[in-house]
Design a protein around this ligand. Structure first.
Ligand code: ADP
Length: 413
């Protein structure tokens, strides 16, 4: 019987899962339950190039977890739930409690619940997912992998906002940063690539959500997202950093509530807000046809990326081993990458290798997608991220160390 591990990623109204077998870490099946709590909820399962879609009334995340286990059993992905040896849960917010992935016990679960105020959309679903799995599979290690954990090495100089200090001490207002699992995956890979644990990097995770991290001496030193994932770069539908006075001004001008404005800043802003489109493939197509508004939106987006690269270049005192582009846009948007590299090439003494940048898909398999010429002062690299792998690895490491601990106890007796 092969050992199996589950990775669960619960969103506000969705639940994604992947089942892996060990030791190969092959993904056997993945599933996506959508529109939880809505009339038209449904789920899909993908395995062996097959895709099955089923509608079902799925009222809660607990229902979603039960459906997942039922499907795993009825399709013989597992013969019994005893085959599952560990479960990794992606958790949005670890606050100041967690700087690494953690085995979930009652205390950890309570801490995650207490952080719901900082992740009001995600934490209720995540907590329901964890509680259901703890109930259905008691005794199986459950591991929380936090989006914020990797950024906990930031010094106070970089994570404090210049607001009344009580807001930090009493209400937890500070920069936490997100996408930490992705930034960590890239950083660990680059430490190996450069055979240097103290590598200096500027990691650009540019997907629908986007963030850049400044990695100094192998650790996160600064990052663009803040108390919430709304801060920093212009994104698909999020504004990124704006003048905070805009909120009150627009509330008055447009007779909106703070919640309505916050919602608009999260869901109706960014690229979508400026030009009406947020899928970068659409933007590329329309820009090529000469759509001026779309071109302007791309420039606003591009400039926000360049500004943070420039900031982090200075924070690293110009000693940068690599700038890495990852996630949907970072891995695929050839012209955007070229424009960014060309904009910073004089200051950073780097030269774009156009052929490599144009044909980067070829390099993906071997994961060494350098798109600058060898005489450049630092490398610019395109690399696919793999957050699932990172969650699986941490879950495996923690579950195994627990098993080893148990065995050690047995021997001692
Ligand atoms: P998230 O995980 O935040 O949803 P992803 O990392 O999957 O985001 O990135 C999604 C974005 O990547 C989409 O908005 C899409 O515009 C962009 N994208 C995906 N493929 C391409 C492509 N071939 N060319 C340009 N952009 C792409």
């Amino acid at each position: 019987m092969k050992e199996k591990y589950l990775v669960i990623n619960a969103g506000s109204s969705s639940l994604k899962f992947s089942l892996y077998d060990m030791p190969e870490a092959n993904e056997i099946v993945n599933g996506y339950v959508e529109k939880i709590g809505k009339e038209d909820s449904f789920y899909t399962l993908k395995f062996n190039d097959k895709k099955i879609e089923k509608s079902a009334r799925i009222n809660t995340h607990t229902d979603a977890v039960q459906i997942m286990l039922k499907e795993l059993l009825s399709n013989n992905f597992i013969n019994s739930i005893d085959e599952i040896k560990g479960i990794g849960h992606r958790v949005l917010h670890g606050g100041e409690f967690y700087s690494e992935s953690t085995l979930i016990d009652d205390e950890v679960l309570n801490n995650i619940k207490s952080l719901t105020k900082l992740g009001p959309l995600h934490h209720p679903g995540e907590v329901a997912g964890i509680e259901s799995m703890m109930e259905l599979l008691p005794g199986v290690p459950q591991v929380a992998v936090f989006d914020t954990a990797f950024h906990q090495t930031m010094p106070a100089d970089n994570y404090l906002y210049a607001v009344p200090y009580d807001w930090y001490e009493e209400n937890g207002v500070r920069k936490y940063g997100f996408h930490g699992t992705s930034h960590k995956y890239i950083t660990e890979f680059m430490k190996n690539h450069y055979r240097n644990p103290n590598v200096n990097l500027i990691v650009c995770h540019i997907g629908s959500g986007a963030s850049i991290s400044c990695i100094k001496d192998g650790k996160c030193y600064d990052t663009t997202m803040g108390l919430t994932p709304l801060d920093g770069l212009v994104m698909g539908t999020r504004s990124g950093a704006i003048d905070p006075s805009i909120v009150e001004y627009i509330c008055k001008e447009r007779n909106m509530t703070v919640q309505e404005v916050t919602n608009a800043l999260n869901k109706e802003s960014g690229l979508l807000g400026v030009c009406g489109y947020n899928d970068f493939r659409d933007l590329e197509e329309l820009a090529a046809k000469g759509n001026k508004k779309v071109k302007m939106a791309i420039n606003v987006f591009k400039n926000s990326i360049i500004k943070y690269i420039a900031q982090y270049y200075f924070e690293l005192e110009g000693k940068v081993d690599a700038i890495v582009f990852t996630a949907g846009v970072g891995e695929n948007a050839i012209d955007l990458r070229a424009d960014i590299v060309n904009s910073i090439s004089n200051v950073m003494s780097i030269t774009l290798n156009k052929e490599a940048n144009d044909n980067i898909a070829k390099f993906k398999d071997i994961q060494s997608g350098i798109i600058t010429t060898p005489n450049s002062k630092c490398d610019v690299i395109v690399m696919p991220t793999n957050e699932e792998y990172m969650i699986l690895k941490d879950t495996l490491d923690i579950s195994k160390s627990l098993e080893d601990g148990k065995q050690l106890k047995k021997v001692r007796r």
